[in-house]
Design a protein around this ligand. Structure first.
Ligand code: SAM
Length: 162
């Protein structure tokens, strides 16, 4: 079975070759999404939301597909691909929650993103308080690491002393 998907726009970031592992909210460079003309009408009322989900296709993944991965900064720990955020997936779909700064026509300005410039956009959804946050969410296998909080600083791109 094949599932046809088509991009609805393009994500623009300052990252040509390397991007952070997850969005860095304090990034101050220019991040914006350009939605194709055909879908511009779908942006009505979106600006009322503070946060949005962006779903996109990671079109330049070079890492070979493997069902187990060693996430960065996790002391060589091996976990299943689906217990990770590795970009090398059977369907390399990425999901980022970003702050919506401004909508201008069919351009959405956002806070920092973890994608390469030119990444094809698949979908946009509003992030809705309570509907989209779980108070009892946990850390999964990250809880087994001695250095969990330190690892999270790396993932979130927060500067810190080692
Ligand atoms: C770890 S993934 C996380 C993506 C998303 N936040 C998620 O959790 O689904 C982020 C990494 O994907 C890679 N990446 C981003 N955009 C890409 C693209 N268009 N093609 C290939 N790799 C990409 C970069 O190496 C970046 O550090």
């Amino acid at each position: 079975m094949e599932i046809p998907l088509k991009p609805i726009g393009i994500i623009h970031t300052p990252y040509g070759k390397y991007a952070p592992y997850q969005p860095v909210e304090s990034d101050t460079e220019d991040f914006f999404v350009e939605v194709d003309e055909a879908y511009a009408g779908g942006l009505a009322e979106l600006e009322k939301f503070r946060y949005i989900y962006l779903l996109y296709y990671m079109d330049r993944v070079k890492k070979p597909l493997s069902m187990t991965v060693e996430p960065p900064w996790a002391d060589g720990r091996e976990v299943g691909l689906f217990a990770s955020r590795s970009p090398a997936r059977p369907n390399p779909i990425g999901l980022s929650i970003v702050r919506l700064l401004k909508v201008e026509g069919r351009t959405i300005h956002t806070s920092g993103l973890d994608v390469l410039d030119g990444t094809p956009l698949l979908d946009i959804k509003p992030y809705i308080r309570e509907l989209d946050s779980k108070d009892d969410a946990n850390y999964g296998w990250l809880d087994d690491l001695d250095d969990r909080d330190h690892l999270i600083l790396h993932i979130r791109g927060i500067p810190h002393d080692h």
